[in-house]
Design a protein around this ligand. Sequence first.
Ligand SMILES: C[S@@+](CC[C@H](N)C(=O)[O-])C[C@H]1O[C@@H](n2cnc3c(N)ncnc32)[C@H](O)[C@@H]1O
Length: 280
Amino acid sequence: MKLADLIARKSVVAWTGEAKIPWHEPGFSERMLREHLSQEHDHASRRFETIDEHVSWIHDHVLGGAAARVLDLGCGPGFYTARLARRGHACVGIDFSPASVSHAVSEAKREALACEYRLEDLRGADLGSGFDLVLMTFGEFNTFSRSEAKTLLAAVRSALAPSGTLVLEIHSEEQVKSIGAQPPTWLTARRSVFSEDPHLYLKECAWHPESHAATEQYFVVSLGSPEVTRYVSTTQAYSDAEYLDFLQAAGFAKTEKHASLEGSAGERDGGLFVLAARAE
Ligand SMILES: C[S@@+](CC[C@H](N)C(=O)[O-])C[C@H]1O[C@@H](n2cnc3c(N)ncnc32)[C@H](O)[C@@H]1O
C-alpha cells in the first residue's frame, strides 16, 4: 500500500481479511527464528531458564515422571520437545514455520532425540493419535478464530489417548482487552522481525466488542521504499467460563486451572494462565 492508503485506511473488522502475521513465509520465518533463539527477551519464545522450569513442571506434575508420547502444537524451534525428549518422552512437533522446523530437526538429529517434526498448518492438519499429552503454549490458541479453535480442539481430543491431557497456555480475557486498548505507537529499527532493512513501523491496536477480539496492525515503511506493508495480528478473547464450555463441548471431562506453566497457584503470569484438561 501507499502512504495515501494508510491515511485513508478503514477500521479493521476482526477475523475478516488478514488476521495473522505470515510466520510461515520463509523470510519471516528466518527472522522469527532469530527472535526465538535470542536470550535477551521473551517475545517469540521464553528464555531457556523459564522453559527449563516449564518442562520440569510438565514432566513431574502433568506426566508424573512416566515416559509419554507428547504432541506440541506450534512447537517453534522445538525448545519444549527437545527438553521433554531428553527426559525420556517421545515427541512430535507441528509448526508451519520452515526455519523453526528445520532448526528443530537439526537439533534433534545432532542429539539423536526421539523427536519428529512436521511442517504443517495446524488448521486442517491430521494430528495423529495416541498422545498422552498435547501442548499448546504461549497464548497461540488465542491467535485462531473461534471456529478454527473449535475444529482444532476436536482434532486434539481425537489425537489424545484415553485419559490423555491437553495443556493449554492461554490469554486471560483482561489481557486480550488490554492488547486492544494499547495507544498507537511507532518504532524505528535497523532490522526486526518485519524486515532486514532499516525501517519504521507504526502500530495501531483496537478492541472489537462484537467479536470479543483485539487486533494489532503494523504498518512497515522501509528506508528508500515508497511502499507501506501492512500486517495484522488478531487475538481472540474468552472468559474463563467460555474456555471451560469450549473444552467441555470438545469432550474434555475434567479441567484444572494453573497460574502458570510452573504450576504456581499465585498471580497469573503476564495475563497468561494454564488449563490442563483430561480427555476422560
Ligand atoms: C509464539 S510461538 C511459540 C513457539 C513455541 N511453542 C515456544 O514457546 O517456544 C508460536 C508458534 O506457533 C506457530 N504457528 C502459529 N500459527 C500456526 C499454524 N496455523 N500452524 C502451525 N504453526 C503455527 C508459529 O510458527 C510459531 O512457531
